[in-house]
Design a protein around this ligand. Structure first.
Ligand code: ZN
Length: 104
């Protein structure tokens, strides 16, 4: 069985940089061009897959994994704290997908 070889570090570092740049762009363009913003997110995710780069936690929570829309509180998502379940609930207003993040 062939195992997938790990990409060299320098390539992964470039990939990480590109992902960061694409997410910055996605955030900048979101207000004016939501469609373009989504494409940046899709591209960033593709780069991550190709180079076996995991998206940092803070980026992972910034977009919807179902529809690739950027998640901006009060704009494209709602954020609620469920104190009983001790979880942060984020709802994507584009596709209605709900994410729950436990805390505490
Ligand atoms: Zn969504």
């Amino acid at each position: 069985m062939r195992t997938r070889s790990k990409k060299p570090d320098w390539q992964q570092n470039i990939a990480k940089e590109r992902i960061q740049i694409l997410f910055d762009l996605a955030e900048k363009e979101f207000k004016k061009y939501p469609e373009r913003s989504r494409r940046y997110v899709q591209l960033a995710r593709k780069i991550g897959l190709r180079y076996n780069v995991r998206l940092p936690k803070e980026i992972k929570r910034k977009f919807c994994r179902k529809c690739d829309s950027l998640l901006l509180p009060g704009r494209s998502c709602t954020v609620r704290l469920d104190s009983k379940k001790r979880a942060l609930t984020i709802k994507c207003l584009n596709c209605n997908k709900i994410y729950r993040y436990p805390y505490g």
